[in-house]
Design a protein around this ligand. Structure first.
Ligand SMILES: Nc1nc2c(c(=O)[nH]1)N[C@@H](CN(C=O)c1ccc(C(=O)N[C@@H](CCC(=O)O)C(=O)O)cc1)CN2
Length: 291
């Protein structure tokens, strides 16, 4: 039987509708307009698309958005200066530095100076630490969106084996933290696989939940998937002008119980969760935590 397709576009639309209502209520109660400022450095065309989509999503949800677009030759010191200005600006609730940054800028140095209360990506070490300790302030947008997608399948995750392919700071590591926490959509037993993992195929074959985030087109093939597994594809690879995930979708969907497509899967959920975090940041910074 063919898998359920987890429609990230539809799911994100329903989250965005809900967030828009919460934003309207927050504005009415507080007279504050949640405000996200995104920083885009350089000319990476994919990053420009993602940032534009984030701006559009903000606009539709009633969130103010500002884009600070800087040339590729911007120095690290200039970027630090801009982040510090935004940290000090009481009108800005969320700061997002679009990644990747140009190679001459140390990403860690930049992410480390974002005010943790405005860090709607949850990349600051303080926010990462809070996640590890199981008392998150914000959840990183992609893992947060993936957790919502898994929840939408109604699969019980408690005690299940989740295998994550990829150990990035943005997806792999925080995803593992979310899945091992106690609670609904969590309580899983997690294995992270990476380029040095031995017996990778066997490990993936034992997974009830597979999260593919390694940036290799169609890496996960049907023979690596246990029948009935949930397969989440985080990959966005451009092959011959076409977007392809890290999962061989057509064959894997015949084995899995649920699967996310690319495009239209995890990507749109990432943006919906950013809106959620921006509203949360506005609430935290204005001291208006009740909804
Ligand atoms: N500061 C951040 N930088 C980056 C993040 C992030 O969460 N914060 N994640 C990725 C890029 N990303 C968000 O910024 C992102 C990637 C893809 C999509 C998306 O909706 N993709 C579409 C396809 C779009 C296309 O045509 O290329 C889809 O999957 O349907 C949204 C957000 C790295 N940087």
């Amino acid at each position: 039987m063919s898998a359920e397709i987890i429609d990230g576009k539809a799911l994100s639309a329903s989250f965005r509708e809900q967030i828009a209502q919460e934003v309207a209520q927050f504005k009415a109660e507080s007279q504050v307009v949640p405000h996200l400022t995104a920083i885009l450095v350089g000319d990476d065309p994919a990053s420009a698309v993602y940032v534009r989509n984030k701006e559009r999503a903000c606009e539709k949800a009633g969130i103010q958005s500002t884009l600070k677009r800087l040339p590729a030759e911007t120095t690290e010191a200039e970027l630090i200066d801009l982040v510090q200005q935004l940290n000090a600006d009481p009108e800005v609730h969320g700061i997002l530095v679009q990644l990747p940054l140009p190679k001459h800028i140390n990403e860690t140095a930049i992410l480390d100076i974002v005010n943790p209360l405005k860090d709607v990506d949850a990349f600051h070490p303080e926010n990462v630490g809070l996640i590890v300790q199981g008392r998150p302030r914000y959840l990183p947008c992609t893992p947060y969106g993936i957790q919502q997608m898994i929840l939408s399948t109604k699969m019980e995750t408690g005690g299940k084996h989740a295998v994550i392919l990829g150990r990035s700071e943005i997806v792999g590591k925080p995803m593992a933290m979310l899945l091992i926490q106690r609670g609904v959509g969590a309580d899983a037993t997690v294995t992270i696989c990476h380029s040095r993992t031995q017996n990778l195929k066997e490990i993936v074959r034992s997974a009830d939940i597979i999260i593919a985030a390694i940036g290799q087109p169609e890496f996960v093939t049907a023979d690596m998937v246990k029948p009935g597994a949930i397969v989440i594809d985080v990959g966005i690879n451009r092959v011959d002008g076409k977007l392809v995930g890290d999962v061989a979708f057509e064959s894997v969907k015949e084995v899995a119980s649920a699967i996310t497509p690319v495009p239209g899967g995890v990507g749109p959920m990432t943006i919906a969760m950013l809106l959620k975090n921006t509203l949360a940041a506005a609430r935290i910074l204005t001291g208006k935590l009740s909804d």
